[in-house]
Design a binder for this molecule. Structure first.
Ligand code: GDP
Length: 436
């Protein structure tokens, strides 16, 4: 390699049939033209040397610059452009030449563009589980997402549980399904409701949610707002014990503290311990207590008017299932040749995904298949906006307070100075009078 007079770098000693030289001028631009001109005409056939031109024949140019890579493609091109791989967008392929309809502008492909972009970016979802130990929180999460999120968890004995305070732990797992990536964060509230005095158990949970909002707010006004990590809690599964009568005072207090910060979804845990009638009674009692204490839980959006009959039926069934009476299991059993998640008892098998046995399927459909985006939207548009509004009010009050405090200090100071001035004037006048 040498530098010629114009400061251009070139290569020598090329292998047969291949021209692998690079010429870069001082501005860093590729100069192919002069090389092509200097080569014997029969060794190449060049219709254009500019960006989109084609080169055929024996000539093969290899450039390290990505925008010129296609030039290194073998000589078999027949058209002006390299062959394009088949698009996965089927009939809405924006490049297809099959669509001869003159009325077709092409913005019908917009959803595809959005879809492609979001799939590329991946999805994030943060789920919080609140409830006392042993209610089956971790088993349910593992059953919902077919994963093992709690491999390293240490199960505490009764004495240790009494001694511990509420601790927030976050587990993250990346799941991929048909090319779609989901980063799932599960926030667990270990020790919640386990102590004798649980007065402030929920304070820790509420502070955690606020802290995530605050972090997001700071990131949003920061420099790198394009790559914000969204750790805000999008949904809170609130586990209610199947053994009590409706809600406990702690449940009411906690739900009240969290209702304006997060989407609460009430869950009746371990519902296989209840008969069909007991589940029905418990659900109606919980709902009436939610109503009585004016607690706000996640409200499912209304069905669109253009939805079909089947969708409406499913939506209605989903809404009727609240609070979801669920069963979890980490065991896969063989039932009549079918392998399914279930709980095996001496008197029979309770199937986790059987809608006659529990509301597990409704909960999973709602969380993952139908309402995940709505939960995220609600978090951003309602809960986060309300946090921001509160923060703005608070900061305004601080500024006003500072001004008021300043005013309180300034007015007496001016008055004191004014009296000093009067005092001075009187003294001067008296002095003058005495001298005369
Ligand atoms: P966590 O402390 O709330 O996370 O509870 P775990 O998921 O660790 O479950 C505690 C115990 O309850 C384990 O022995 C589970 O096998 C059991 N368990 C979990 N889900 C259910 C359920 O739906 N029904 C019944 N009967 N037991 C369950």
């Amino acid at each position: 390699m040498y530098n010629d007079e114009q400061g251009t770098q070139t290569d020598e000693g090329l292998p047969d049939g291949e021209f692998s030289s690079l010429a870069i001028d001082k501005m860093g631009n590729l100069i192919v033209e002069s090389f092509i001109r200097e080569l014997p005409q029969d060794s190449y056939n060049c219709s254009s040397h500019q960006g989109t031109g084609s080169i055929s024949g024996n000539f093969c140019y290899s450039s390290p610059l990505p925008e010129h890579r296609y030039l290194a493609t073998p000589t078999s091109w027949t058209s002006d452009r390299p062959p394009r791989p088949k698009s996965p967008w089927g009939c809405l392929d924006p490049y297809t030449s099959e669509d001869q309809d003159r009325e077709y502008v092409g913005f019908a492909t917009l959803p595809n563009q959005v879809h492609r972009k979001s799939v590329k970016k991946g999805f994030e979802f943060t789920l919080m589980v609140v409830g006392e130990s042993g209610l089956g929180k971790s088993t349910l999460i593992n059953s919902l997402f077919l994963t093992d999120l709690y491999k390293d968890r240490k199960v505490l004995n009764a004495e240790e549980r009494l001694a511990q305070t509420v601790g927030i732990t976050k587990n993250t797992v990346c799941i991929e399904e048909k090319g779609v990536r989901l980063k799932l964060n599960v926030v667990d509230t270990q020790g919640y409701g386990d102590t004798i005095n649980n007065t402030d158990s929920y304070k820790c949970v509420s502070d955690y949610i606020d802290h995530q909002f605050e972090q997001y707010r700071r990131d949003e006004i920061g420099l790198n707002r394009k790559n914000i990590q969204d750790n805000r809690v999008h949904c809170c599964l609130y586990f209610i014990s199947p053994f009590g009568h409706g809600l406990r005072p702690l449940d009411v207090e906690c739900m009240r503290a969290l209702q304006d910060k997060v989407n609460i979804i009430p869950i009746v845990a371990k519902s296989d311990g209840l008969t069909y009638d007991e589940v029905k009674k418990k659900k109606s009692r919980i709902l009436s207590e939610i109503d009585k204490y004016r607690l706000k839980i996640y409200q499912f959006p209304d069905c669109d008017s253009d939805e079909d009959e089947e969708f409406r039926r499913q939506d209605m069934e989903l809404k009727r299932s609240v609070p979801f009476a669920v069963i979890g299991s980490n065991m896969v059993v063989d039932v009549n040749g079918r392998r399914l998640r279930a709980r095996l008892y001496p008197w029979g098998v309770v199937e986790v995904e059987n809608p006659y046995h529990s509301d597990f399927v409704h909960l999973r459909n709602m969380l993952v298949r139908t309402h995940m985006q709505d939960l995220k939207d609600m978090t951003h548009d309602t809960h986060y906006e309300s946090y921001r509004a509160q923060w703005l009010c608070k900061s305004q009050r601080t500024v006003v307070g500072r001004h008021t405090r300043k005013r309180f200090v300034l007015v007496p100071m001016i008055l004191v100075n004014f009296f000093f001035l009067i005092d001075e004037i009187i003294l001067i006048v008296l002095n003058k009078l005495l001298i005369e």
